[in-house]
Design a protein around this ligand. Sequence first.
Ligand code: ADP
Length: 539
Amino acid sequence: TMQQEKGSLSIHTENIFPIIKKFLYSDHEIFLRELVANAVDATQKVKQLASMGEFTGELGELKVTVKLDEEAKTVTISDNGIGMTADEIKKYINQIAFSGASEFVEKYKDKGGEAGIIGHFGLGFYSAYMVASKVEIFTRSYRDEAQPVRWECDGSTEFTIEPTVKEQRGTDIVLHIAPDSEEFLQGARLRQILEKYGKFLPIPIEFEEKVINNPTPVWIKNPADLKDEDYLAFYKELYPFSEDPLFWIHLNVDYPFNLTGVLYFPKLKNDFQLQREKIQLYSRQVFITDEVKDIVPDFLQLLHGVIDSPDIPLNVSRSYLQADGNVKKIGSYITRKVADKLAELFKNDREGFEKKFGDIGLFVKYGAISDEKFYEKAKDFCLLKNTEGQYFTFDEYREKVKENQTTKDDRQVWLYTSDAGKQDAFVAAARKKDYDVLVLDSPIDSHFINSLEQKLEKVSVKRVDADTVDKLVEKEIMPENLLSEKDQEALKSLFQGVADNKSASVNIEPLSPDDLPVIITFPEFIRRMMDMQATSGQR
Ligand code: ADP
């Protein structure tokens, strides 16, 4: 039998670079995000040292510059941040190669092939080797006495470090682009990546003499300093071709996690799909992804805007993310904020809220159906519209129809039309019997109705159609029938004769003068069959 044995895994560092390249392959443009983010960090650090009085030299205009040299086949990322001494390079760059990358190899060595896992695995500096066959660092620390150094490594385990000449404080990272990565020697491609990941980085990023970013987006500002125009202008910056949003929420929380952002309510109307995947996730102003489906509940993804949180773990797989406690809290925090904002708008400006409801009703209903906590708040501002264009909360509606629409067993019958055009006649018939009729015609209303019946006690929600209208309790005394028995019979056979459907039955009933003169009704199942035949006939 086998004895228990213990030991340590040996990791061959020569294998690290090919693995980095392979695992990060699907997302290799990320190298630029990582290196620019490091450069931004370096400038933030020197600024912080200055504010603490630990750096007393000239700060200068802090910025990051990206340069392309097509002839030399290099891309250079330069900053005037803190820089590094030779010891710091040894500690932060050389060591990380072993700790960071070997930890990475440890973790994933058995999971070869799953390139997706590493989609957002920020390997920092070493992601440069996804696209470069050789990397040089020229750096000069902010410390006065520091000797500028040059470091070089071609992706093997050998590196060189030596004194160099560099006048300016800061760091230049020079990437010698590998032959299989020459797409990154195109200016347009670099610009596209910079704009994607760096559009809102906190210090200016210069590329081809132009600053590509807005370092002070609205979400990092104090709401008290912002006007409506500022929020609208930012919306245009995010989505240049979109219609103005209806309103927005400025998010700002620092406990139990950090999160800032602005969420906009677009004009949804009944459009359920086209508007999705517009929320952008940032971490300290670095763009991470616009796939937020594991972070934000589904119904909230109908909103647009930006969420920025350094507390969302970015370097992990999706399944891990879903289980993360912070991520769950973020979802429920946003849900609560959104519900509170809607409640406030409803309370402060009912008329304005009703006007907007056509555009946000879909969102409110979807939230009410899918999220219990949201429903608890939404039940007081989710509106029902009737065929007269009046709006009611659930409670108000219960009150409105109490007298006329309560059955013997003490239930309420709520009627609705899902297609006002086609069901006009039934609506008219129901209204004549003093029944109110709601309009529920959005793509999720059938689910919404189910959930209303489950959540509201003693309410049945029924569609107005031939079956329901026939069963409605007669409330009115009808005017006398003006036709003689004989005339009625004649009229009946006349209509029966022209009806091309043999299951049509003709009834002569007294009508009031404001009624439609003729109503042709079919049993509900026949009507549906006719609808089906009509649509299949069109194909
Ligand atoms: P991470 O940023 O995740 O710590 P990196 O591999 O990206 O890992 O970088 C390792 C360290 O190297 C950084 O924490 C920083 O101390 C140093 N460093 C990287 N780039 C720069 C730079 N442009 N200027 C100064 N220091 C840097």
